[in-house]
Design a protein around this ligand. Structure first.
Ligand SMILES: Cc1ncc(COP(=O)(O)O)c(C=O)c1O
Length: 390
């Protein structure tokens, strides 16, 4: 199949592994930890990679390879490696590419666990990170040191839904010969392709919108062949591989990614427009609302606005908690990107260990509520949020 000739949805559905002798229509699950060899020579040649074939599911597995191939086509990437979680993808990518003494430049508002990697664990290997604020990307060049290796960012960011100009980041990375790595979790490969703007590697937590139904954990890094080869060699030794079962689930999920995302984004836009007018809402941040501070950049690099909305409600931390207590239909859960709408209050939950100053640094105010808009009837989602706000 020549993927280049087909549209996104056709590739998502038809780009699948070869049929077995049973000629099944839907791809089977290869739930096996290892594979067998014809004889000693076959085994030897497989281990030296003279033969390209399956050996052991820590290295590769047909279901995992299918999932990787689908994401590569969607992201316009040469190669990829899939992981058990998004954080395994983040950690393994950095651990492969960095050496002791290297330096990272990252946007300050990154996912909490990634931030902890940078601040608590990487300093153990003398890997330091400098941060730039989301609204000051022009500071990046002043942070570059002789040992800087990577520029890292998310866009849109979690949980404040800020947007970074990927084309600008790509140009800086190119000018200074640095690696640009983008966590594309909130956008998915359907809404945004960072490689087009100069990213060398793109990371996803597949746990979120790629699964989209809150069932399995998964992660993936895709990009140029040479970097992925290094990531593969590191990972086949350290063992963070995605399970064949989860890969099978995720490949099925990708078949409906476009149609799910279209509806997620339509619902999110409708919710954002209603919340913007509510008297108890201070502000609403959604990438495709004209009032979003980086609206023009979002329009330039994203197909649609995504499913995450950040609102500030009037009344601070107590109002935030009271809002959550009044929610009836939506879920209070740490996940996002599910068919079910999820509301969270970062200041009293995921980011409660940060001081007020640290929270403000990453745009998390006491009254910030993150809404991951699901696929329920949109009027029902709106009615639940409005009754909780009232
Ligand atoms: C932007 C972002 N990156 C990475 C992760 C980590 O993914 P996982 O939970 O699959 O390890 C998350 C999880 O919420 C996320 O939101």
């Amino acid at each position: 199949m020549n993927e280049l000739e087909f549209g996104f949805e056709t590739n998502a559905i038809r780009n699948q592994m070869e049929r077995s002798q049973y000629l099944e229509h839907s791809v089977p699950l290869y739930l096996t930890s290892s594979f067998v060899f014809e004889n000693a020579e076959d085994m030897r040649a497989s281990f030296t990679e003279e033969k390209d074939r399956e050996i052991y599911s820590r290295y590769s597995n047909p279901n995992v390879t299918e999932f990787v191939n689908k994401i590569c086509v969607m992201e316009g990437a040469e190669a990829g490696f899939a992981f058990a979680t998004g954080m395994a993808a983040v950690y393994s990518t950095f651990a492969t590419l960095l050496s002791a003494g290297d330096h990272i430049i990252s946007v300050s508002s990154v996912f909490g666990a990634t931030h902890t990697l940078f601040t608590k664990y990487f300093p153990k290997w003398n890997i330091q990170t400098s941060y730039f604020k989301i609204n000051e990307p022009e500071c990046i060049e002043s942070l570059i040191k002789p040992n800087t290796k990577i520029i890292y960012a998310e866009s849109p960011t979690n949980p404040a839904v800020d947007i970074l100009d990927l084309e600008y980041l790509g140009a800086i990375a190119k000018k200074h010969n640095l690696l640009l790595i983008i966590d594309n979790c909130f956008a998915t490969p359907y809404l945004q392709n960072p490689i087009k703007f100069g990213a060398h590697l793109v990371i996803h937590s597949a746990t979120k919108l790629i699964d989209g139904q809150g069932r399995v954990l998964g992660g993936i890094t895709v990009g140029s062949k040479d970097f992925i080869r290094e990531i593969y060699l590191f990972s086949r030794i350290t063992g963070p591989a995605l399970s064949p079962f989860n890969a099978w689930v995720l490949s099925k999920s990708l078949e409906t990614l476009a149609v799910r995302l279209d509806k997620h984004c339509e619902n999110a836009m409708a919710v954002a427009l209603v919340l913007e007018k509510h008297p108890n809402v201070e502000s609403v941040k959604y990438p495709f609302l004209k009032s979003h501070p980086q609206y023009d950049i979002a329009k330039k690099q994203m197909k649609l606005g995504g499913n995450i909305i950040a609102i500030q409600i009037k009344g601070g931390i107590d109002a935030g908690r009271a809002f959550l207590d009044k929610i009836k239909l939506c879920s209070l859960s740490a996940n996002l990107g599910d068919t079910r709408t999820i509301v969270t209050h970062p200041a009293s939950t995921t980011h409660s260990k940060l001081s007020m100053e640290e929270r403000l640094e990453v745009s998390i105010t006491d009254s910030l509520i993150r809404i991951s808009v699901g696929l329920e009837t949109v009027d029902d989602i709106i009615a639940d949020l409005i009754q909780a706000l009232n």
